[in-house]
Design a protein around this ligand. Structure first.
Ligand SMILES: Cc1ncc(C[n+]2csc(CCOP(=O)(O)OP(=O)(O)O)c2C)c(N)n1
Ligand SMILES: [Mg+2]
Length: 338
């Protein structure tokens, strides 16, 4: 069954081509994410922290940004966002495998600490929520330069308990800065469930305290995410100030490759989440809409897996940094010379 684009738009609010693009980006990210876990378990990647279950909202948000013009202050789960903006699978793998050719830091940063000068993706530290302050500063700089760039800053719900979150949102709200705060709420901060993190179920409620909109969206529904993110980005671009978007997402993996969530979540709860996997659900939905047949989706998977395979081969073959460069860019340019 193939349906007319106007019917797809009437049913979803989004055209068929965009729906296919969203699915493709989600699938690409999932396949690369799975590869990172394999490389970690093979002892080749020292660490991995996954975006599985977060893909829908990340892709939806990133598609509203102009790569290299708008700004992203990501956090460690934002593999999908950074892929959409243009960090290639090869570059992602060079970073994860700590290769010298990693364009971000020459293999010196922890895996999943994404950055790209070329794409305006701000280098991130490991202290959670600090990226929000960077984002407020970047947005202020864009305003002072008279540019119409929008900055998106991403954070987990647990990290919104940090003072940095409140300081960044307060400052951005006072100055009506062109920034969107995307809270990716997966219900856990490592092993701490949200009810032990905050006294209210929705982070978005906190927006009211700063006089800005707070929007809750089903982070497993890429269509709703695409619409709500588009509104928030447009609002920021028009000079109307920040929005907090809270996407209720799933954490389909343990916190990181160093964690085992079976020690603090029941088998039933984990199975229930797997049943709600945004990628699988979206695939079924697109098939039902007549936008993407299962065989077309399978062909897409084969093609994208070939890309990930090729990128893996190239990254594995790439040289490691030379030992004599160990201090370069770490404690100052040329510091190793004495
Ligand atoms: C300031 C600070 N405190 C603690 C940590 C250790 N830590 C790393 S990730 C994390 C959990 C964050 O949870 P959340 O914000 O919900 O993001 P998620 O990992 O669930 O996406 C913690 C406590 C840290 N990196 N920085
Ligand atoms: Mg969380």
């Amino acid at each position: 069954m193939v349906v007319a684009n106007k019917d797809v738009r009437a049913a979803t609010g989004v055209d068929a081509g965009t729906l296919r693009t969203i699915y493709r980006h989600m699938l690409r990210s999932r396949l690369l994410d799975e590869r990172m876990w394999i490389l970690n378990r093979q002892g080749l990647a020292p660490f991995w922290i996954s975006g599985m279950g977060h893909e829908a909202v990340q892709v939806a948000m990133a598609l509203h940004l102009r790569p290299g013009v708008d700004w992203l202050a990501p956090y460690y789960r934002d593999l999908s966002m950074t892929l959409v903006l243009g960090i290639t699978p090869r570059e992602q793998l060079l970073a994860a495998l700590a290769r010298a050719d990693d364009p971000a830091t020459g293999g010196r940063q922890m895996p999943a600490h994404f950055s790209s000068r070329r794409l305006n993706i701000v280098s991130t530290g490991s202290a959670v929520a600090t990226q929000l302050l960077h984002a407020a500063g970047v947005a202020l700089a864009s305003r002072m330069r008279g540019e119409d760039a929008v900055t998106v800053a991403c954070v987990g719900e647990g990290a919104t308990s940090e003072g940095d979150f409140h300081e960044a949102v307060n400052f951005a709200a006072i100055h009506r800065l062109p920034v969107v705060f995307l809270v990716e709420n997966n219900g856990y901060a490592i092993s701490v469930p949200i009810e032990k993190q905050m006294p209210t179920p929705d982070v978005a409620d906190r927006a009211r305290g700063y006089g800005i909109p707070g929007v809750v969206v089903d982070g497993c529904d890429p269509v709703l995410c695409y619409l709500r993110c588009g509104e928030a980005v447009a609002r920021a671009r028009r000079g109307r100030g920040p929005t907090i978007i809270e996407a209720k997402v799933l954490r389909l993996t343990s916190h990181s490759s160093d964690d085992d969530q079976r020690r603090y979540r029941t088998t039933e709860a984990l199975e229930a989440e797997r049943q709600r996997d945004c990628l699988i659900a979206f695939g079924h939905r697109l098939a039902g809409l007549g936008v993407l047949t299962p065989s077309a989706a399978e062909a897409m998977r084969v093609e994208l897996l070939a890309e990930v395979d090729q990128a893996t081969r190239e990254a594995e073959a790439a040289p490691e940094p030379r030992p004599e460069t160990a201090l370069l860019h770490v404690v100052g340019e040329g510091a190793e010379a004495g």
